[in-house]
Ligand binder design. Structure first.
Ligand code: NAP
Length: 376
């Protein structure tokens, strides 16, 4: 389908420019129009600041959405499908929030919505999950889905530096946003976990319901504790589905030094899937960046005729998955009934769900709480 395709590009930032660069170099796919935010940014004949010119253009077959944000991206995607266009998106936040509605629209309107670039940049992770599902049931996955936090954790581990120092360094180098909330508090990994659940299990939770704990409270002493115990701390999203209940968490995790996730450094992503006949399979690579992400979007574009589609249903209430946690900076009292061991500097919990643990975390005076799952 690719040669002769006509594309409307929504968004011309880091990713949108990468997509234009790849498509212009190929020459077999016409970018008919590019949406710019405001008229003063309309600097080429193919640019417009009027979304209707793209969404209502019957000669555009596919929109490539790389604007970001919930609105108007969600409205544009729905309008495009209703107008008979396929969609390729990099917008994990929008898609994780509206995936049930968008998947239903794909089904009724017989349109495709491809989202490889939403999860793991150019790895390609979603493609591999769908590929595995042609033969197997995927039973679980876990992975490092956020490059910014992985960069921060790597630098803190290697330089023994504080979270604040490394975050500032990452912002200066363009690896972290000026408002790093989505990354450091685990929300970005949560959206990617939700979308992986859609591809792997055909079940999705409400993103707001996913127990999530970020790395904002981490200190060098936590990394020291992990190292002394042969562990490395990574921000891990982990999902599983037993055919009945779905479980999904995002939480810093002490993985063993020999674990493949431990060797995923800097801003790279790494993910592992477990399925019935393939067993464990591991994927790693550039999780973001202009051209790797654009590469994933162009691959999606080229694969629109491919029969892969996702059948997605709401997961209902998430299952609670018990684990042992390391907790520092929290008041002992509220944690008393969950405590298995007090090391003085931190406590180790009995097996408890992240949902339940979070309800018992009250910061000590002047402290930030840090919690990490100790992987069994
Ligand atoms: N950057 C990455 O490495 C990466 C990786 C994977 C996924 N993503 C996802 O890709 C999406 C885009 O990311 P990005 O890094 O390319 O962001 P970005 O550099 O900020 O670019 C966003 C673009 O969208 C345009 N835009 C925003 N709101 C608009 C509106 N209401 N109307 C028209 N245009 C609008 C802006 O246009 P103007 O230029 O005209 O202001 C801007 O160029 C996000 O969903 C992000 O999560 C990014």
């Amino acid at each position: 389908m690719a040669p002769g395709l006509r594309v409307g590009l929504l968004g011309y930032g880091v990713v949108g420019r990468g997509v234009a660069q790849i498509l212009d170099a190929r020459g077999d796919v016409e970018i008919r129009k590019i949406l710019r935010h405001t008229p003063d940014k309309v600097t080429e004949a193919r640019m417009t600041a009027n979304a209707d010119e793209i969404l209502d253009d019957p000669d555009i077959d596919v929109i490539i959405e790389c604007m970001g944000g919930l609105e108007p991206a969600h409205t544009y995607v729905m309008r495009a499908m209703q107008a008979g266009k396929h969609v390729v998106t990099a917008n994990k936040k929008m898609l994780a929030t509206h995936i049930i509605e968008i998947a239903a629209a794909c089904e009724t309107l017989d349109k495709k919505c491809r989202f490889e670039a939403c999860v793991g940049g150019g790895i390609p992770w979603i493609h591999e999950i769908l590929h595995i599902r042609r033969i197997d049931a995927v039973t679980s996955f876990r992975g490092i889905f956020n490059g910014t936090t992985n960069y921060i954790l790597t630098r803190m581990t290697e330089e023994h530096a504080s979270f604040a120092e490394v975050l500032a360094q990452a912002q200066a180098m363009g690896f972290a946003e000026q408002d790093p909330t989505d990354d450091v508090d685990g929300f970005d990994a949560r959206y990617k976990g939700v979308l992986t659940c859609a591809a792997a299990f055909g079940r999705v939770p409400d993103p707001e319901e996913v127990p999530t704990f970020g790395i904002r409270g981490i200190a060098p002493c936590d990394l020291d504790y992990a190292r002394v115990h042969g562990r490395v701390i990574k921000l891990v999203a982990r999902g599983s589905f037993d055919g009945g209940r779905l479980a999904l968490t995002v939480v810093p995790t002490m993985v063993r030094e020999k674990d493949p996730l431990a060797s995923v450094h800097d801003n790279f992503n790494g993910m592992e899937a477990e399925s019935t006949t393939l067993g464990r399979s591991f994927y790693a690579g550039q999780g973001a960046g202009s051209l790797p992400t654009a590469h994933a979007m162009v691959q999606d574009l080229l694969s629109i005729p491919h029969p892969y589609s996702i059948d997605v249903h709401p997961s209902g209430k998430l299952a609670k998955r018990p684990a042992v946690y390391y907790v520092r900076g929290a008041k002992r009292g509220p944690l008393a009934e969950l405590t298995a061991q007090d090391t003085g500097a931190a406590i180790l919990t009995k097996p408890v769900s992240l949902q339940e643990l979070k309800e018992h975390l009250v910061p000590e005076e002047g402290q930030k709480v840090f919690a990490a799952e100790i992987e069994s």
